[in-house]
Design a binder for this molecule. Structure first.
Ligand code: SF4
Length: 270
């Protein structure tokens, strides 16, 4: 698995890239884990910290609304400052992207994500994985959604419609969807290629069919954070792995191949 990651590095995204120095995404994962450890020393209640991080990442002035709680306010200021110091290296494209974002696209919450929000979402994803990993693993029914930009673009994709979303037919071994699918099935997780635009509707349907359910998302940082929030709202156990970079046609002029860490995926679900 690691071999594919080693040979297919240099993945530059529109706003963020987890491979900041051409050595793979390993240093990013070490950094985000250390940062989460640090913040949990100051706020040992993982769910409480997650709740504060979500409010701070909501786009509104969270610290301004915390005037009655100086401890929370100063903690969030410390977290934001520290995240900026250690994570800015992964989000170098955000400012330029926002400067050139056409007026017609500024209503899109994902596209208009600010750099500070990326950092908070990165921490949020790490915290959600820590909090819900065991519950996810114990879930009776587990499924995963992977985006189309992970496929090998050289052959024509032979994916077909599956029970819920598209299913990979394994036409090439050089395809992250195929590699990810093998790994997911090994851990009894049903892999699908994401095609639905309406995740709320899809997740509600799945929850009604499988009351004890876990969802694993692989998506760009803002989409993954939002997907995890939706899962929590619907009482679905979420975990997820961010794409190494955001390169689909929503961000770029054309859809470019992306990747994710297979090692991190196995670390999360084993
Ligand atoms: S391996 Fe699967 S996802 Fe990848 S191109 Fe082939 S059918 Fe499509």
């Amino acid at each position: 698995m690691a071999e594919k990651e080693e040979t297919d590095r240099i993945i530059i995204g529109k706003t963020y890239s987890l491979d900041s120095d051409n050595t793979g995404a390993g240093p990013y994962y070490l950094t985000i884990r250390k940062l989460a450890d640090l913040f949990l020393q100051k706020c040992p209640d993982e769910k409480n910290l997650l709740s504060q991080i979500r409010k701070a990442g909501s786009g509104r002035s969270f610290t301004g609304k915390l005037s009655g709680n100086s401890a929370d306010k100063s903690r969030i200021l410390f977290i934001k400052k520290t995240l900026k110091e250690f994570l800015s290296v992964y989000t170098t494209g955000v400012k330029q992207h926002l400067r050139t974002l056409p007026l017609s696209k500024r209503f899109d919450e994902t596209l208009r994500t600010k750099e500070e929000q990326y950092h908070l979402y990165m921490l949020e994803i790490e915290l959600v994985n820590r909090i819900y990993r065991e519950a996810f693993k114990q879930s009776e029914y587990k499924f995963a959604l992977m985006p189309h930009c992970l496929r090998d673009f050289r052959p024509e994709c032979r994916a077909v419609s599956g029970e819920i979303e598209s299913v990979c037919m394994g036409c090439t071994i050089d395809c992250f969807i195929n590699l990810g699918g093998h790994l997911l099935r090994k851990y009894n997780i049903h892999p699908y290629i994401s095609v639905s635009m309406d995740l709320d509707k899809l997740f509600r349907k799945l929850k009604s069919e499988h009351p004890d359910i876990g969802a694993l998302g692989i998506a760009c940082v803002p989409e993954l954070a939002m997907g995890m929030r939706l899962c929590n709202k619907l009482d679905i156990n979420p975990v997820g792995i961010p794409l190494d970079a955001n390169r689909c046609s929503r961000w770029m002029k054309q859809c470019l191949e992306s990747s994710f860490s297979l090692n991190e995926l196995e670390r999360l679900i084993r």
